[in-house]
Design a protein around this ligand. Sequence first.
Ligand SMILES: [Zn+2]
Length: 305
Amino acid sequence: MTAPVIGVDIGGTKTAAALVDPDGRVRARREVPTPARAGPEAVLDAAAGLAAELFGAARAGPVGVGTAGTVDPATGTIRYATDSLPGWAGTPVAGALAARLGRQVRVTNDVSAAALGESWAGAGRGRRHVLLVAVGTGLGGAVVRDGRVETGARGAAGQLGHLPAPGAHRLRCGCGRYGHLEAVASGTGLSAAYAVATGAGVTGRTVAERANAGDRIAGQVVDRAGAALGAALAGLVALLDPEAVLITGGAAAVLLPAASAAYRAELPEGWAGVPLLPAALGADAVLVGAARLATRTTDDGGTGP
Ligand SMILES: [Zn+2]
């Protein structure tokens, strides 16, 4: 791309937009609290408002969006969303923003956007095949294949949280079933495992802080979670054959040591050189990846004015 592009990040808590340079650098950034309770139209207005402010500052081209929820890759409409954005499912984000902005808009899931951003201008820079895992309250992931995010048939590819995890058979996953990786390797999983071991009801963040402060039980909980994650990632490397695996999200740092050890131990020999790396773009990853998506040349996942 030549002109700067607008990337938009729509989350349950905040909505942000950025003017992104052709080399992936964020030139300007705007952010507002997402008016989630006011409904989808208000959320779309907020996102369009931020993008319009940035258009005012530069002669920018198309718009890309990374949003919470599952996005229909053919239409840019939300197929599924959690209660963090009430009414978001069914919202035609690509079409509604294209109508508001008079520009072509492409839309993908926020974790998919983060994977695109990191593989383009972050920890995966220069790599065209990347697996990104996002470990926050839940556990998500996305696959970048040959420089493009793999959407799957329903925009939900890369959801590694529902792989079976050894030792998790009594733990309930966010999807409602038992024994899945997310039930162990996530903020919710850390909280649940610590509660089983101690009876204490604390957040995953607190478990991480206690582990870092030397709490033995918190440390064991974190080590088990990291080991489960690392082993699963090693298996996925054999399935997907990426050049690198990137880990991002609020629980990434605390899980990385144990995850790295298990990953290296379990990685089949043919993939021994595939690194497991911390993501580099932080909160900008979705914005940068959304901007990258906007410059795509195929016509799926979006709509023009
Ligand atoms: Zn599940």
